[in-house]
Write a protein that binds this ligand. Structure first.
Ligand code: GYE
Length: 304
């Protein structure tokens, strides 16, 4: 064994694996925690040379980043796809160049043989859990609900919406409005302002596809003279620290967790794929859910 391109220290002849990681951007607390987890797992100490790109949530920029990884001849590409559609061509190019692609977080609509594996979460189940909580608590009396959706065309938003809608079907809950806030605090706030102008205090419940949009909405609700968590009940997804703090403080009512700490699992899968070992087509990381009391108990040990 040997050759120049070896990992320093310890193992000896383990080749350094060059990985291009195409991240969505930096839209949320979840995303920051995910990026940190990935950078830690794909460290030099673990035998990786990581080329990191964040596409500012612009699908064309993300496709360009993946294409540039192909041109650089990386050993593997990890992709957190902003949207599901539009990947067929560039994934075929990666395949033709013999560069395996591993998806993390969100999924794509492209044929399965165009990527090696996916490490992610069950977004539909997250939506279902949120919807079930709303149905159980408000489903038997006429209730007006508004939705702040994640990025349009992302699997996280599409699947959460599907799961939620299924869970509230047949109840007395009426969806007054549903619009995208692109998973950000700023847009969550603006869209909620619009909802409040239109529907005022007739809004009973807000479902936000992530904590950050719910946190942005808090400002809009308070500015309208209403009390979040009381006048308007709020259910979100992610369970990042700021969200859990709002829940423990009584401003949110329920959070479905979405675990962002996927780095170690993705790194393990990449190593296997590069070594030619077989891997599963998907690895789903389990999530839990929290009410206000559970958030108070969980907060001190929360890592992100
Ligand atoms: O919920 C949101 C982030 O794709 C699961 O993207 C991820 C979502 C997460 O911006 O906060």
């Amino acid at each position: 064994a040997g050759g120049g391109n070896t990992a320093g220290g310890g193992g000896g002849d383990d080749k350094v694996i060059t990985v291009g990681f195409a991240q969505t951007g930096s839209e949320s607390g979840w995303r920051s925690a995910n990026t940190e987890s990935m950078k830690e797992a794909f460290s030099e100490a673990n035998g990786f040379n990581l080329i990191f790109n964040a596409a500012d949530n612009k699908p064309e920029a993300q496709i360009a980043a993946v294409r540039s990884f192909i041109n650089q001849g990386v050993d593997a590409i990890v992709l957190a796809p902003i949207v599901t559609d539009g990947w067929d061509d560039v994934l075929k190019e990666a395949k033709d160049a013999n560069i395996p692609v591993i998806l993390e977080d969100r999924t794509v609509s492209a044929p399965e043989d165009l990527y090696a594996s996916w490490v992610g979460l069950d977004f539909k189940k997250e939506g279902e859990t949120a919807g079930k909580w709303v149905a159980d608590n408000f489903g038997k009396t006429p209730t007006n609900l508004v939705v702040l959706e994640g990025t349009t065309g992302s699997s996280a938003a599409t699947d959460r919406a599907a799961g939620f809608d299924e869970a509230i079907k047949g109840t007395d809950i009426k969806v007054l409005d549903s619009q995208t806030g692109n998973f950000t605090r700023a847009e969550g706030k603006t869209v909620m302002e619009g909802f409040l102008q239109k529907y005022g205090s007739t809004i009973n419940v807000l479902f936000a596809h992530n904590d950050d949009m719910g946190l942005g909405a808090l400002d809009a609700i308070k500015a309208a003279g209403l009390k979040p968590g009381t006048d308007i009940k709020i259910v979100t997804i992610d369970a990042v620290k700021d969200g859990m703090t709002a829940l423990a403080d009584g401003e949110f009512n329920y959070i479905v967790e979405c675990n962002p700490l996927l780095g170690d699992k993705v790194a393990e899968v990449v190593k296997k794929v590069v070594a030619g070992e077989s891997v599963d087509k998907s690895y789903i990381v389990e999530d839990q859910a929290f009410d206000q009391e559970q958030a108070k108990a969980a907060l001190p040990d929360r890592k992100y």
